[in-house]
Design a protein around this ligand. Sequence first.
Ligand SMILES: N[C@@H](CCC(=O)N[C@@H](CS)C(=O)NCC(=O)O)C(=O)O
Length: 216
Amino acid sequence: MSLKLYFAPGACSFVPHAMLEMAGVAFEPVMVKLHKGEQRTADYLALNPRGQVPVLVDGDEVITQIVAILLHLDAQMLQAQILPAGGVSRTRALSLLAWMNNTVHPTFTHFFMPQKFSDDEAAQKAMRAFAVPRYRECLQEIETMAAQASPWLFGERPSALDAYALTLLRWGGYAGIDPTTLPATWDLVQRFAALPEVAKAIERERLVLNVYQPAG
Ligand SMILES: N[C@@H](CCC(=O)N[C@@H](CS)C(=O)NCC(=O)O)C(=O)O
């Protein structure tokens, strides 16, 4: 299998990025600089007309959407246990993955990119302010799960859910949410980041885990 992952530093693409490193497979990482608008170039739009990362190219197949990318990788590399292998644990993991992707992630987008939802500046400002406490509620839900992690969200082996928890907690820092106020998630995220394979993805993206800056 010939794999190529289009990713952006600090973006949600970290989830498949970390999983590819953890799986130990050869893949070509291709960096897309979102702040430079590289996702809107003609070449990139030919690959993904939605102009977003991540994109996984597996041979001739172009796959978008984190959930589909993870399920594709999981099916190809069962030994990597990107998601729990089976039974109710897998069902619960898919439920959490869907919620992280379809609810928590877009809640942050309302704070980070309100221009995607309204071109009215006052509406954008209100949207940002409204999104922060909603986002904190989402992180609090993850905190309850992290407090029961043993030692990972889904048992003995780290999975894509731990990678998503890292991304979402990290983003909270930009929204003024101090990650250390969610101590179980912060502990989980630091342990996950310290795994040697995950550390490779973190280094490639040059990620700082705690981006929270107290209001001056
Ligand atoms: N539902 C999509 C979300 C992808 C997404 O929101 N990507 C963001 C980065 S986290 C992006 O590429 N944003 C750039 C843009 O929209 O211009 C997925 O699961 O892959």
